[in-house]
Design a protein around this ligand. Structure first.
Ligand code: BUP
Length: 457
């Protein structure tokens, strides 16, 4: 019955960091009696995305899939060669082809939930169909505020220039200038221009659905709710941490290896799906892991898009390293099931770039993070992690690739991550609060119920 089963279109943009939270949200809404149409653009940038979409659709037959062909990408942008930014632009430019498909949906759509990076393209469609457009943010509430305020900031060079030490967003504690992603200093940069366009569309949205929770980002969420940041911003609706859904169990060697390690003894190392460190930095990280003497599970990526690249481990790290550490840790160069790893009792710490999905997964499991942000929203996210006590962050390591961080220093920080009992118990507390937020009567659970009620009306 249409009244009781609202039909909602979910529309993620490019990259696993965007796809993952949408798939989770699709599964959560579907289990609450919503009819879901998942819109995806083809071709995808990475093989990981297309594999995950097919596997999700085959394990969730109740979810409809609407795949649309994007217009040819414009690969000659002078400001960036990042394939994900280029795809953001191409997806946005192609959205109009969805209009007839969405207007003829049966039963009619009750709402569109779209990615922040297509907000300006979906707003007119939702308007035309007279249905609400909710924006789904895949970053922290703090970084979302920076995006929302970016049109104001970038138009005021007196307050926003490289000579400042801090950036002031109304209602929030100041952001250090070093956390601002470098592309933001250039309004012509594809990423910056794209975010500014979409930030301008935010006031048209009915709400901004966030993968965070009140307790975790209290200051920011309160500030927005009390009209700080921008008057025109719609309500932000924290429903996280978004719950993972299960694919078939990963039958891989690394899981049986983990099964044989003592509780909380292993440091898990991953920098997400779109960061490849330089080969020199990879070697230093290897030295750091070895020196720390802690057990490790390292997901290694040496190419930006998919990691099934040709360089093998011997070439990257050398035979001696692999032999010396063969009893201390394992290195994998493939897509792993990160959720399953973080949930494993052997994991005691997480060296991570602070991609927001990884942060929310670590928060859910109560695993402490050694933050090593590389680009984009990650320094702002690392600040959130540090402030709430989920992890430690060595600011001096800079942005990814800015400097070569030496193995000795990395080893020391790993020791701190794995041996600090206070950090571990605070991280556990974060995990408990995350579960409270998503449990019956919790803040995230109530926000999700509220959204479903709103679109069902
Ligand atoms: Br790599 C990798 N397995 O092997 P983030 C990642 N993931 O499950 P990113 C795996 O991909 P953006 C792997 O659990 C997380 O849900 C991981 O998203 C999963 O970082 C997701 O953490 C990665 O947000 O994206 O990939 O850098 O730049 O958009 O933050």
């Amino acid at each position: 019955d249409f009244q009781r089963s609202p039909h909602i279109a979910l529309f993620p943009s490019a990259g696993m960091g965007h796809l993952t939270p949408f798939l989770r949200l699709a599964a959560m809404l579907s289990s609450r009696n919503c009819l879901i149409t998942l819109i995806t653009a083809k071709p995808t940038v990475s093989a990981a995305e297309s594999t995950h979409i097919s596997s999700f659709i085959s394990t969730h037959p109740e979810i409809r899939h609407l795949e649309f062909q994007i217009l040819p990408i414009n690969a000659t942008n002078p400001t960036t060669d990042d394939p994900f930014f280029i795809q953001f632009e191409a997806v946005s430019r192609s959205v109009h082809v969805l209009h007839p498909l969405l207007s003829s949906a049966s039963p009619p759509l009750c709402a569109i939930f779209s990615d922040l990076v297509v907000a300006s393209s979906t707003a007119p469609i939702a308007d035309d169909l007279c249905i609400p457009n909710y924006i789904v943010s895949t970053t922290s509430a703090k970084f979302l505020c920076l995006i929302a305020y970016l049109p104001v900031l970038t138009s005021d060079s007196a307050k926003f220039n490289l000579g400042c030490t801090e950036v002031q967003i109304p209602g929030l504690s100041p952001l250090p200038i070093t956390s601002i992603p470098p592309p933001f200093w250039n309004t012509n940069h594809l990423f910056t221009a794209h975010l500014i366009t979409n930030a301008r569309a935010l006031p048209k949205a009915k709400g901004i659905i966030m993968n965070t929770f009140n307790w975790f980002e209290q200051e920011t969420i309160d500030a927005v709710s009390n009209g700080g940041v921008l008057d025109s911003l719609p309500p932000i609706l924290p429903i996280g941490p978004l719950k993972p859904f299960s694919f078939e169990k990963d039958q891989n060697q690394y899981l049986s290896w983990l099964d044989n390690q003592p509780a909380e003894s292993v440091v898990y190392v991953s920098f997400g799906s779109r960061t490849a460190m330089s080969e020199d930095q990879i070697r230093e990280l290897g030295i750091g892991l070895e020196r720390s003497k802690h057990r490790f599970l390292w997901v290694l990526k040496s190419s930006k898009v998919d990691k099934e690249d040709s360089k093998d481990l011997k070439e990257l790290l050398g035979n001696f390293f692999l032999e010396r550490t063969s009893n201390q840790g394992i290195i994998v160069k493939r897509w792993v099931n990160q959720e399953e790893i973080l949930a494993h009792p052997a994991i005691g710490g997480f060296i991570n770039h602070c991609g927001w999905n990884s942060v929310s997964e670590a928060a859910w499991q109560g695993i402490p993070i050694l933050a090593w942000p590389q680009h984009g929203d990650q320094r702002v996210n690392a600040g959130v992690v540090e402030k709430v006590g989920l992890g430690i962050w060595e600011r001096g390591w800079g942005w990814g690739g800015e400097k070569l961080v030496k193995g000795v220093e990395i080893g020391e920080r790993i020791g701190q991550l794995m041996e600090d009992e206070k950090l571990r118990s605070r991280a556990r507390k974060v995990g408990e609060e995350a579960k409270k937020a998503c449990g019956f009567g919790g803040s995230s659970e109530k926000a999700l119920t509220g959204i479903i009620d709103m679109v069902t009306r």
